[in-house]
Design a protein around this ligand. Structure first.
Ligand code: FES
Length: 104
């Protein structure tokens, strides 16, 4: 069973991405046109923050360090030098708040 952690009030979530920390892991929560998506903040290639990358093609993030791209909706690695995905997390909006489900 996962545990839902609160990210922010939806009305306050005006930026394209926020980072929440749970149990030592930073999770990047993106606000895309069709909803909220969460993936590990740390790039799977090295220690860069994906939240500091650029959102491209509407649903991809480009790592700020070496340019690997990831699918924000699934965490899938889309280009080198990343060769493994990052973890994606379920999200929901309930009573006006954005939540991410993490492993308990
Ligand atoms: S740290 Fe992200 S591509 Fe190298």
């Amino acid at each position: 069973m996962g545990k839902w952690i609160e990210v922010a009030a939806e009305a306050d979530f005006t930026e394209p991405v926020r980072v929440v920390e749970y149990d030592g892991i930073d999770i990047a929560v993106f606000r895309l046109e069709d909803g909220f998506y969460a993936i590990d903040d740390e790039c799977s290639h090295d220690e860069a923050s994906l939240a500091e990358g650029e959102i491209v093609e509407q649903c991809q993030v480009e790592c700020p360090l070496h340019g690997a791209r990831f699918d924000i909706k699934t965490g899938k690695n889309l280009s080198f030098p990343a060769v493994v995905p990052v973890q994606a997390y379920p999200t929901k909006v309930e009573n006006g708040f954005v939540y991410v489900e993490v492993d308990d």
